[in-house]
Design a binder for this molecule. Structure first.
Ligand code: KG4
Ligand code: ZN
Length: 346
């Protein structure tokens, strides 16, 4: 593997990230979160997010270079998230990356944010064997993939409505618990009774492994409506515990079915912001152990949005000779394909 010095940039949602790699060695990984800016609205406000990226990204890049002991002239290649995400946020990163690559006269490469989440497990567990069943559970996605190799990834299932993280955020908003919802709902769930409410396990009539979280949201809203003015702390904890159990149950159910359909799988991987959830990590680890496969998930700082995963996903593509040019644009939708197909500009 080469020692290519890559600067990676991530601005797809509300975190501005920059990371420096020498080949596969991560030298720095800096993230500026905007949670405080969006908390009053209990969710990300796109216009606010792109404005904050404009302020934060140059500072984050400077910090990442400083921690790596680099000057701008040391950068040999730039990787940037260009899809999927909030268009205004993505455009800030893409414009910055294009300007820097042009002024330094170095190669530029676009990375798909979901592919980067999926492969982020290799930041901490690089020896995880293939084929893998890979989950990306975040604020925008709940996708399950069969990962035969980093270049051969097949979608097995995805949410038909809300993403898992979005469901946590909506529950927290309804309970007045702030943003992001995942960490606080998980914390409360540990003190509640998971069996206080029985939430249904969604199944698709066509037999697909697709997920759904909107029914769970409706069931929670119904329980809250029934409680009326009686929503005290104990009810909140019980609701969070039952909700946490329902999310785990749905993900375990899909994982188990996917393992039956793909008996050669050697590992289950968890990535994306919801993979910070200790209850989910434990539940998937138990299932993996029972099924005789490995379970791997990156450290929480690599589960939530970060640029380290962007640089890691870019490295083999740079080595395969892929490049993007100054016509590179941002896209709100998810369009990743294997490497060979994705080689647009050489
Ligand atoms: O991957 P990420 O940082 O951004 C997206 O690409 O969406 O994920 C953010 C999501 C938020 O919805 C947040 O509530 C959720 O991850 N999250 C969690 C936990 N920590 C963050 N969900 C459940 N449990 C957690 N501990
Ligand atoms: Zn993400």
């Amino acid at each position: 593997m080469s020692n290519l010095r890559i600067l990676a940039i991530e601005t797809s949602c509300d975190d501005s990230g920059a990371a420096c790699f020498a080949g596969s060695k991560l030298l720095s990984n800096v993230v500026a979160s905007q949670h405080k800016d969006h908390a009053p609205w209990s969710g990300v406000v796109p216009e606010v997010a792109s404005r904050r990226h404009l302020d934060n990204l140059p500072l984050v890049v400077d910090r990442a270079l400083e921690q790596a002991g680099w000057q701008a002239g040391d950068i040999e290649a730039i990787a940037v998230t260009n899809r999927p995400g909030l268009l205004g946020s993505l455009l800030v990163g893409v414009a910055y990356a294009k300007g820097l690559a042009f002024s330094l006269g170095i190669p530029l490469l676009a990375v798909d944010h979901i592919e980067a989440h999926l492969l982020s497990v290799d930041l901490d567990c690089p020896d995880t064997p293939y084929p893998r069943l890979g989950w990306v559970v975040s604020g925008g996605h709940s996708h399950l993939y069969l990962v035969n190799s980093p270049a051969d990834i097949k979608l097995l299932a995805k949410t038909r409505d809300d993403a898992a993280g979005e469901a946590y955020d909506k529950l927290a908003k309804r309970l007045g618990l702030g943003y992001p919802g995942g960490p606080v709902v998980e914390k409360l769930s540990r003190e509640g009774n998971p069996d206080a409410f029985k939430f249904a396990l969604p199944r698709m009539s066509d037999g697909s492994l697709d997920l759904s979280f909107s029914g769970l949201k409706t069931e929670v809203m119904r329980a809250l409506k029934k409680a009326g003015d009686q929503v005290d702390e104990s009810l909140q904890k019980d609701l969070c515990a039952a909700f946490q159990k329902a999310v785990e149950r749905q993900i375990l159910h899909r994982t188990e079915k996917a393992l039956q359909n793909h008996p050669g799988v050697k590992a289950i991987t968890l990535a994306g912001g919801v993979a910070c959830n200790q209850g989910l990590r434990r539940a998937v680890a138990e299932l993996a152990e029972k099924q005789g496969v490995l379970m791997a998930a990156p450290a929480p700082k690599f589960c939530t949005d970060n640029a380290a995963m962007i640089g890691l996903a870019a490295l083999p593509r740079f080595e395969a000779g892929q490049r993007d040019d100054m016509t590179l644009d941002a896209s709100a939708s998810h369009t990743f394909a294997g490497y060979r197909k994705a080689a647009r500009h050489r």
